[in-house]
Ligand binder design. Structure first.
Ligand code: GLN
Length: 447
């Protein structure tokens, strides 16, 4: 069924590679396993998944939507992938994304953009746009994405699916191609909140290959109960009044708040005060980390090497010049600049301080409130090209999602209606670190 769906939706440009024969073979093996002993199968028996092109699956290509990894094959699988396979999941293919997960529209991919199934003239969001459309267009049951500043939640919002970004370090980053290592986290795109919980429960927890992983107990995320008591939620009036917000998104947020109040919860306005610092600080810090992480792509060790290079230096220069696209180059240059000796304190150190302020202010809010409620994005999906000429305009699309990554908090985006053109709108709930069980319980009750 899903292979048929992939074929029928080829014009959306969702898959970079389809593992058709292998997926069928694995399905047959899973069938045989079940026939021999129904109790021997895993919790994901036969569940069809796809993975973003930044997550390693042994023996398969991984390219981060970039030319620079052309022809490269993973030598090992990400820990998250290993754990899902061990429970009987079947990967049907790897899906498109913005180059090195840098973007909010999928337009920076070397493979060309994925199209939004709700309107193929519009972007699917990014950077996990391929993952969001893979689920939206019913080409797999669920997809793995990664979220450094909103890359799971914003495309979920644009495509009308559920997007979960867990607490930083809840899931091992082993086998996830690094963008901003102190922000990156694997997340899920699913039809239901229950599926997000199930996948999280299986992927989460200590891993000897990633020393940063949280040792907090992994809870029964798959069946989180609805909240047993009235909750306190905060929203930021400055977000709903933000000049970039589309009126229908604001109206959807207000409707969502009424729904929460009708269910007995309290929803209060809270002045956050730091919203306008979010994007500048995020882009200074993530470009700094990216410039360091991407230095390994040198034309020698992985993938693409320029055929015109004559010596070592020209191999580096020409391979990187032809291998990376304009957005990745912009960020490497910006990151190198903010880390350079003369500017380090003015930009990098300052942005670290802003990150600390945002964290402290967020902690203060979570001392009084269970969750913070925000739209996942200020607008619905825009037409191709609308923001690609102006990078800052594109960066501002992340204004509501980066807080969770700045502080390492979990956040989930759930569908909340459509605008007048029928384009999906998503609402985001964010909780304190390791509050996934309660967060998913509430999200499930609302979805
Ligand atoms: N759009 C943001 C960026 O380009 C978020 C990307 C992400 O979460 N990977 O950095």
């Amino acid at each position: 069924y899903y292979l048929g769906q992939i074929e029928a939706t080829a014009s959306l440009n969702i898959y970079v590679e389809v593992y058709a024969a292998e997926a069928l073979q694995r399905a047959r093996e899973q069938d045989a396993l079940y026939q021999a002993d129904p109790s021997a199968v895993g919790r994901l028996h036969g569940m069809i998944l796809s993975h973003k092109d930044v997550i390693c699956y042994a023996g398969h290509g991984v390219q981060a939507g970039s030319r620079i990894l052309e022809g490269f094959k993973s030598l090992f699988s990400a820990t998250a992938v290993e754990r899902l396979l061990a429970e009987g999941a079947i990967f049907i293919g790897r899906v498109n994304c913005d180059e090195f997960a840098m973007g909010s529209s999928n337009e920076t991919s070397w493979f060309g953009p994925t199209r939004n199934a709700a309107d193929p003239g519009r972007v699917p969001g990014g950077s996990s746009g391929g993952s969001a459309v893979a689920v939206q267009a019913d080409t797999c049951l669920a997809s793995l994405g990664s979220d450094t500043g909103g890359s799971v939640r914003q495309p979920a919002s644009f495509c009308g699916v559920v997007g979960l970004k867990p607490t930083y370090a809840r899931i091992s980053r082993y086998g996830l191609l690094a963008y901003g290592s102190s922000f990156d986290q694997i997340g899920t795109l699913t039809h239901s909140v229950a599926d997000a919980g199930l996948l999280l429960e299986i992927m989460a927890g200590p891993d000897e290959y990633d020393a940063t992983v949280s040792h907090e107990p992994v809870e029964a995320y798959a069946d989180c109960p609805a909240p047993g008591k009235p909750l306190r939620l905060a929203y930021y009036p400055e977000a709903l009044e933000h000049p970039s917000i589309q009126p229908e998104v604001k109206a959807a947020a207000q409707g969502f708040m009424q729904q929460l109040e009708a269910a007995g919860h309290t929803v209060d306005p809270v002045a956050f005060g730091l919203l306008d610092y979010m994007i500048p600080a995020y882009y200074v810090l993530t470009t700094a980390e990216a410039s360091s992480n991407l230095s390994r792509y040198d034309g020698i060790r992985y993938g693409y090497r320029s055929a015109d290079a004559g010596d070592l230096l020209s191999t580096y220069k020409q391979s990187r010049a032809a291998g990376f696209g304009p957005e990745v180059k912009r960020r490497i240059m910006l990151g190198t600049f903010v880390l350079s000796a003369g500017y380090y304190d003015a930009y990098y150190t300052k942005a670290q301080r802003v990150r600390r302020l945002i964290k402290d202010r967020t902690d203060e809010i979570f001392a009084d409130y269970d969750f913070i409620l925000m739209p996942a994005a200020p607008t619905t999906a825009w037409p191709f090209g609308a923001k690609s000429e102006d990078p800052v305009e594109m960066y501002l699309a992340d204004i509501f999602t980066v807080q969770a990554n700045m502080v390492g908090a979990p956040a989930v985006c759930i569908p909340a209606g459509t605008d007048a053109a029928g384009l999906p709108i998503g609402m985001q709930l964010m909780g304190p670190k390791h509050s996934e069980a309660a967060l998913l319980g509430l999200a499930k009750a609302l979805h």
